[in-house]
Design a protein around this ligand. Structure first.
Ligand code: ARG
Length: 269
């Protein structure tokens, strides 16, 4: 059931394709104005997406802009619904507060639907699956997820603050007295810390894990999965946008647009 993907590393191509497909007029995703940008309708409303652009291939900085699967799906949704589109980059754990306070229209950040989050936000239907995996140094004595929970285990585990990796590890490891958690603002910082031997492993989503491991020598992803999750877009509770955006999302799933965007960034082997 485990899927192996090859990451597209031709980033310049990704950017070019992003600009072409997104065509969203959002300053973050395309730096050139495209033909058809609606200067004639300046009162067009803007959808603002909160994200944390430290999570390739879903959202990451490329040149001056933010690109990735979420950025492109959201731009396509905004385009379909006739909105302008902007991305606001922030800490991952600021996204839900920005959404609930109405500072942004929605949050999209490879965000997992969890019962806790459902208490403060509404979610769209899911558009992708995420798997929490463990990154270790090659030769690590941690060889499966179970090693983290073995009697007497005492590992120092890195996570990105506020992510499900953080939430699970806080309960299952720190809370159970089986180790300590180091929390980082960015997944990449956790991985850097692992590479330099400051921590024993990193718990993070599989697709960013693959990119971070590819970018660092001597790291690997354990075969066993910690958790399988659904990614969705979050909205302020009761927001009238939820239904509209969800409708557009489902049309983009049905007509193959979402899969095409995913395939651009993650190549099935
Ligand atoms: N899927 C995980 C979660 O929802 C991690 C998401 C991190 N996303 C990001 N853009 N940094 O908690």
């Amino acid at each position: 059931m485990k899927k192996f993907f090859k990451v597209i590393l031709a980033t310049t191509m990704v950017v070019a394709m992003t600009a072409a497909l997104a065509g969203c007029g959002g300053s973050q995703s395309a730096d050139q104005p495209k033909a058809g940008d609606d200067n004639e309708s300046p009162q067009k409303e803007t959808l603002i997406m909160a994200t944390n652009a430290e999570f390739p291939p879903y959202e990451f900085h490329e040149g001056q802009g933010i690109v990735g699967i979420d950025a492109e799906i959201a731009a396509a949704i905004a385009g379909k619904l006739g909105y302008d589109f902007e991305i606001e980059d922030m800490a991952f754990d600021s996204i839900i507060p920005a959404v609930t306070s109405g500072k942004v229209s929605f949050g999209m950040a490879g965000m997992t639907v969890t019962p806790d989050r459902l208490e403060s936000v509404d979610f769209s239907d899911s558009y992708a699956t995420g798997v929490q995996v463990i990154i270790v140094k090659e030769g690590s004595q941690i060889t499966s997820v179970d090693d983290l929970f073995a009697d007497g285990a005492n590992y120092n585990v890195g996570v990105q603050t506020g992510t499900t990796g953080d939430i699970y590890a806080s309960d299952d490891i720190e809370g159970a007295g089986l180790g300590t958690i180091e929390r980082y603002n960015k997944g990449a910082d956790a991985v850097q810390s692992l590479a330099t031997g400051k921590i024993d492993c990193v718990i993070i989503d599989n697709e960013p894990a693959k990119e971070f491991v590819a970018a660092n020598e001597g790291l690997k992803i354990l075969d066993t999965e910690y958790a399988v999750e659904d990614y969705a877009i979050c909205f302020a509770k009761g927001s009238e946008l939820t239904e509209k955006v969800n409708g557009a999302l489902n049309e983009l799933i049905a007509d193959g647009t979402v899969q095409a965007i995913i395939d651009k960034y993650i190549n099935a082997e």
